[in-house]
Design a binder for this molecule. Structure first.
Ligand code: SF4
Length: 73
């Protein structure tokens, strides 16, 4: 699974980090980002392969984002 936060769309509501703080965190700018421990690919997506248990929470966070800022593949 891969995930990316579109920072132009993020409004910093914190919902994603509240749902899945293993993957998402709010940075110093008040916007969400995928934690650095997940490798960022050339296409800007971060690879979530450490633990399949994270797949559903990541998708739940994407579904809950009020602006649709979180893309998953
Ligand atoms: S849920 Fe969406 S808008 Fe809210 S912090 Fe996360 S990415 Fe940003």
């Amino acid at each position: 699974m891969k995930v990316k936060v579109n920072k132009d769309a993020c409004i910093g509501c914190g919902a994603c980090a509240a749902i899945c703080d293993d993957v998402f965190e709010i940075n110093d700018e008040g916007l969400s980002e995928v934690k650095e421990e997940f490798e960022v690919k050339e296409d800007g997506f971060s690879e979530i392969k450490r633990n399949e248990d994270l797949f559903q929470p990541v998708q739940d966070a994407a579904d809950a984002c009020p602006t649709g800022a979180i893309e998953t593949e």
